[in-house]
Design a protein around this ligand. Structure first.
Ligand code: HEM
Ligand code: HEM
Length: 186
C-alpha cells in the first residue's frame, strides 16, 4: 500500500472542493463529509469507486467513478492522508432520537438479529483505522440515511463480508431515520 503525504494530498484536492467543501466538511448534505475520516477507509473507497467504474467489483457511483478515473494509487493515498488530517465539524443530535438511537446503537436487537453498531463503529462513532471501519460521528444524517438504504437494497455491496448489508436488511425505515440522526452526533 502506498504511503500517503498530507501536503501532496492537499495540493491534489482542488477538484474535490466543489462537492466536499474547502476542508472536506461538505456544506451540502448530499455530499459526505470526508474530513476526519480514517485514511485507510478513504483509500479503500477511492480504490473501489475506480474498480466499479472500470468494470470490476467495487462501489458503484456515477459521480465518484468519474472523479477517481485519473487518480493513481499514490494520489489516492495522498488525498486520504490529507482528509484524515482535518477535523470533522460536529453535528447536534435532536433530543427525541437519543433514547431509541442509543438503545439500538449500543445494544443492537437480539430478537431481530441486529448486531450493535458500537461493536465496529465504536462508543463515540469514531470507527477504527486498522480495520477500515468508518467514522460516523460528524457525518451528515442525510448521507448516512442514504448509505443505509443503499446497503439495504444491495446497491452498495462493497462492505467486507456483507457486514453492513446483513445489518441493514434488518432495519426498518424508522430505525434508519433514528440511527442516521443519532450516530451523526456521537
Ligand atoms: C463520496 C472523495 C470529488 C461527490 C466520496 C467518498 C470519498 C470521496 C472518500 C466516500 C465517503 C464515505 O464513504 O464516507 C473524493 C475525493 C475527490 C472527490 C478525494 C476529489 C478527487 C467529488 C466531487 C463530487 C463528489 C467533485 C461531486 C461532483 C461525491 C458523492 C459521494 C462521494 C455524491 C457519495 C457517493 C455515494 O453515495 O455512494 N467522495 N471525492 N466527490 N463524493 Fe467524492
Ligand atoms: C459502513 C452505519 C453496524 C462495519 C457504514 C456506513 C454507515 C454505517 C452509515 C457507511 C459510512 C460511510 O459511507 O461513510 C452502521 C450502523 C450500524 C452499523 C447504523 C448498526 C445498526 C456495523 C457493524 C459492523 C459494521 C456491527 C461490523 C460487523 C462497517 C464497515 C463499513 C461500514 C466495515 C465500511 C464498508 C466499506 O468498506 O465500504 N456503517 N453500521 N457496521 N460499517 Fe457499519
Amino acid at each position: 500500500q502506498a504511503q500517503g503525504d498530507v501536503e501532496a494530498g492537499k495540493a491534489k484536492s482542488a477538484t474535490c472542493v466543489a462537492c466536499h467543501g474547502n476542508d472536506g466538511n461538505s456544506p451540502a448534505d448530499m455530499y459526505p463529509k470526508i474530513a476526519g475520516q480514517h485514511a485507510s477507509y478513504i483509500e479503500k473507497q477511492l480504490l473501489e469507486f475506480k474498480a466499479a467504474a472500470t468494470g470490476g467489483v467495487g462501489r458503484a457511483n456515477a459521480i465518484m467513478g468519474g472523479m477517481v478515473m485519473p487518480l493513481s494509487e499514490q494520489d489516492m493515498a495522498d488525498l486520504a492522508a490529507y482528509y484524515a488530517s482535518i477535523s470533522v465539524t460536529p453535528v447536534a443530535v435532536p433530543e427525541e432520537v437519543i433514547e431509541q438511537g442509543a438503545a439500538l446503537y449500543q445494544g443492537g436487537d437480539m430478537e431481530r438479529g441486529i448486531t450493535a453498531c458500537i461493536a465496529c463503529h465504536g462508543p463515540r462513532g469514531e470507527g477504527l483505522e486498522s480495520a477500515k471501519f468508518p467514522r460516523l460521528s460528524g457525518q451528515h444524517p442525510a448521507y448516512i440515511k442514504a448509505q443505509l438504504e443503499l446497503f439495504r437494497s444491495g446497491e452498495r455491496d462493497n462492505d467486507p463480508n456483507g457486514m453492513m448489508r446483513d445489518i441493514a436488511t434488518k432495519l426498518t425505515d424508522q430505525d434508519i431515520e433514528i440511527l442516521s440522526q443519532y450516530v451523526a452526533g456521537l
